[in-house]
Design a protein around this ligand. Structure first.
Ligand code: KIV
Ligand code: ZN
Length: 513
């Protein structure tokens, strides 16, 4: 057993499975680069067999990431595993992660397979994967609710077939820390070849115990890999949150005695990037990355912190990447200053064309907003129209009129592919009128599940509004995000961004299916 813990980030796979969190290839690539800067050991880039879009995303990430291992999920069958291997071909270091459910409930009701069939399929899948990759992870889905005798048999066999990591997911977030830790410990003690693989934990947060369970799996169970996501993104209540588990290990090194290779100063930038990309806003009181995580409101606390910081602070805000809102650029800043700031923020633009598009948007923003902060720049490059290849709908212009006692009215101009459209409508408010005007031409029929507005930088009405729109149509749920100093324009951009995602034809198969 080493005292180094492997941090396996699954924001781009399990995180992306959260309804509405699906990302484009470019968005995934941008997040993967940030995860590399964060120095995560393994990036689970996607589920290559689930759609052509995800295959391409895994392939692109494998091609550019050099310092982290790039991994693809695959169900325990030859087709999925071959697709994963194919997508990972160009990677400096790669891993195939194959899984099958092992609990009675999942085998009988979901897979409709017998124990023997699941046993055989696990064995064949790992054997097949090991012919294609040296690094193979096997996950026993719903492992924490599986019969330990059966699980031991499966695990012993897949290790004998060459699985290098054994993951015991708490798929439905049902475990409690002491039991989960003891469960993993007993599996490790009972499986004769257990020392030939690294053991891993993967905990969902349905009862709010994902971080505690993961740490128990490590401390009591002897696991040496934690699977987690930025902001705890993931199915239902999400996964173990990377920032929380890493900062627990760092802050309480005295207790845990384990090393992680994470550059913690990249945590807040990673959190912001994921939140802005997915539209899943971070709650203010979220540990480590919430806006209030380091804010001391009460007089007693403020007084204490001023006298001695450690009276109320157990971590330093700057150690996790918080910086006071800094004015970084303004309307007189040139292209070189802008490009340099992009580099400092770790934003790699693929081409000069992309930089030019982003710079044009920056100039446009700087004309309307005197101080440009880092958050504005991140929002600006997250804007789909900077990478126009995937953009079908694009807002050209919007005007609206609202007055006390009058019903608001909006006029919009936009393009759909090559064609230009103009439309107008009344509405309950200016946002409603604008979106109704768009919909009067587009006729998407999508149902709106969520509409939310946030200020990108706090403390001033000068801030850009960031709008998230969640739409549902034809069984798909997508989030669109738009930012602009004018929240009505931000709303129209967010709406079109969501429609652009619905337009993308990629069909997904369910990872847990
Ligand atoms: O939660 C889970 O069981 C999973 C597996 C596919 C690893 O995400
Ligand atoms: Zn999961």
């Amino acid at each position: 057993m080493t005292d180094k813990l492997i941090i396996f980030d699954t924001t781009l796979r399990d995180g992306e499975q959260s309804p509405g969190a699906s990302m484009t290839r470019e968005e995934k690539l941008r997040i993967a680069r940030q995860l590399e800067r964060l120095r995560v050991d393994v990036i689970e880039a996607g589920f290559a067999a689930s759609s052509n879009g995800d295959f391409e995303a895994v392939k692109s990430i494998a091609a550019v990431i050099k310092d982290s291992t790039v991994c693809s999920l695959a169900r325990a069958n030859d087709r999925d595993i071959s697709r994963a291997a194919e997508a990972l071909k160009g990677a400096a270091r790669s891993r195939i992660h194959t899984f099958i459910a092992t609990s009675e409930l999942h085998m009988e009701k979901k897979l409709r397979m017998t124990r023997e069939q699941v046993f055989e399929q696990s064995k064949q899948a790992v054997r097949f994967a090991r012919n294609l990759a040296a690094d193979v992870e096997f996950s026993a889905e719903d492992g924490s609710r599986s019969d330990p005798d059966f699980l031991c048999r499966v695990i012993e066999t897949v290790i004998a077939e060459g699985a290098t990591t054994i993951n015991i997911p708490d798929t439905v977030g049902y475990a409690v820390p002491e039991m989960y830790g003891a469960f993993i410990r007993s599996l490790r003690e009972r499986v004769p070849n257990s020392d030939k693989a690294i053991w891993s934990v993967h905990c969902h947060n349905d009862l709010g115990m994902a971080v505690a369970n993961s740490l128990a799996g490590v401390m009591l169970g002897g696991a040496r890999q934690i699977e987690c996501t930025i902001n705890g993104l993931g199915e239902r209540a999400g996964n173990c949150s990377l920032e929380e588990v890493v900062m627990a290990l760092r802050t309480r090194r005295d207790h845990f005695g384990l090393e992680v290779g994470i550059d913690t100063t990249q945590i807040v930038p990673a959190s912001r990037l994921v939140a802005q990309t997915t539209g899943f806003v971070v709650q203010p009181n979220k540990a480590v990355v919430g806006a209030n995580a380091f804010a001391h409101a009460s007089g007693i606390h403020q007084d204490g912190v001023l006298k001695a910081r450690d009276t109320y602070e157990i971590m330093r805000a700057e150690d996790v990447g918080w910086s006071a809102n800094k004015i970084v650029l303004g309307k007189l800043s040139g292209r070189n200053a802008f490009k340099q700031r992009l580099q400092e923020l770790g934003i790699d633009m693929e081409s000069e064309g992309e930089i030019n598009a982003a710079f044009a948007r920056f100039k446009d923003l700087a004309d309307r907003k005197s101080d440009i902060f880092d958050e504005d720049i991140i929002a600006l490059v997250s804007d789909e129209s900077v990478t126009p290849t995937h953009e079908h709908y694009r807002l050209l212009a919007l005007s609206q009129h609202s007055e006390t006692g009058e019903r608001p009215h909006a006029k919009v101009a936009f393009t759909a592919g090559e064609r230009e459209f103009h439309a107008e409508s009344d509405g309950n408010g200016p946002v409603d009128a604008s979106l109704k005007a768009l919909e009067s031409q587009i006729k998407s029929g999508a149902e709106m599940l969520l509409y939310s507005v946030n200020a990108i930088t706090s403390g001033s009405t000068e801030s850009q509004g960031e709008v998230t729109v969640r739409l549902q149509h034809g069984g798909r749920v997508v989030n669109g995000v738009g930012a602009d100093p004018d929240i009505v324009v931000a709303s129209a951009k967010a709406y079109l961004s969501a429609l652009n995602k619905l337009q993308s034809s990629a069909e997904r198969v369910a990872a847990q299916g």
